[in-house]
Design a binder for this molecule. Sequence first.
Ligand code: FAD
Length: 380
Amino acid sequence: MKNPFDNEERSAFRNLLRNFVAAEITPFADQWDEAGEIPPELHQKVGALGVWGFGIDEKYGGLGFDEVFMRAAYGEEFARAGAGGVTAALAGRTISIEPIQRLASEAIRDRVLADIVSGKKASSLGVTEPGGGSDVAAMKTTARRDGDCFVLNGEKTFITGGMNSDYFVIGARTGGEGLRGISLFFVESDMPGFSRTEIKRKMGWWCSDTASLYFDDCRVPEGNLMGAIDTGFLAIMQNFNMERLVAIAAMLGMMKTCLEDSIAWANTRQTFGQPLIRHQVIRHKIAEMSARIDVVEAYLNQICWSCQQGEVPVAEISKGKFFSSKALEYVASEAMQIFGGAGYLRGNRVERIYREVKVMAIGGGSEEIMRDLAVRQMGL
Ligand SMILES: Cc1cc2nc3c(=O)[nH]c(=O)nc-3n(C[C@H](O)[C@H](O)[C@H](O)COP(=O)(O)OP(=O)(O)OC[C@H]3O[C@@H](n4cnc5c(N)ncnc54)[C@H](O)[C@@H]3O)c2cc1C
């Protein structure tokens, strides 16, 4: 579908990403996912595309401007490889870089931002805890002031990129119960009292490392407090907006890949004397998949446009996220059905995307929480 908001810069950026993904990721994605890791040099190759530079000052190697359509293009084009684990292995930065740029001290920014933007170093965001991820305001990790330090105790889990990241943005309780007692901290992987273990045997995202993080009297200099004390909850919520928008774009890319592969298969596979694509039931599946993809694409473009006008369309982003994961669930399932038994075998993109539906429906704000937020934004 033609994007009415497209312009020369946006399509040039999208083409740059598309060509990169086709040459540098898609041919190897299956092999990397089975191996459980991506090549370390991929981080800097992707950094050179500028995808971690949105909204980041040029002095840190950033683009010096934000462009939400280009952020969405990054989400979509990388997802077209059909291996969410590759993007996830790189993506800890995508969800932690904004608070570092906006809230970390100048000394920290000067020391770390350029390396994160370029892909030389990695960063992750630690919000979720073993006790729960949806109820962010109930987090239990504590940060107690002690002289010129804060002492962190507690545990984070499901942290994307957590095994390989050098830097972490961590939410911890500095005040009383509830959302007004939470602060953000910049934590480095070599700080005493910090440790981590890998979460293995995930349903999907095999080549992305996911970690539990442990803070055992972890002393963090007071200058590593990010933003004002007890204001971390709002910062976490603000940060979720772009994470969710890029997730919608990624789901769009996943759906397009399912449709593309389904059409290719249906054109060649013969049953009852004709290609699958000639059977009306299969044609209707293709039509329905395509319609749902178009709806998500149009909605995403509208949301991007609204962001570019300086608005923060929280309700639309929330609705877009749960609507997209439901559309993805349908499209991936129908694609598997079109493939028949062949879809059940590892090594094809549809099979992998089918396994990666649920992380999109749960991570970064589950469908239930997105519906709840949307209806609250409607003033109800
Ligand atoms: C692969 C992976 C990577 C992740 N990466 C990160 C990361 O980098 N950083 C990070 O901080 N987190 C990360 N997460 C965590 C993710 O954001 C959480 O899993 C998510 O927010 C849900 O939290 P939970 O798993 O604790 O589920 P819970 O909060 O325990 O919820 C369980 C279920 O109950 C539903 N539910 C909860 N409350 C309600 C309610 N009030 N009404 C109705 N239903 C409700 C939820 O929607 C969910 O379906 C990751 C998760 C995965 C699986």
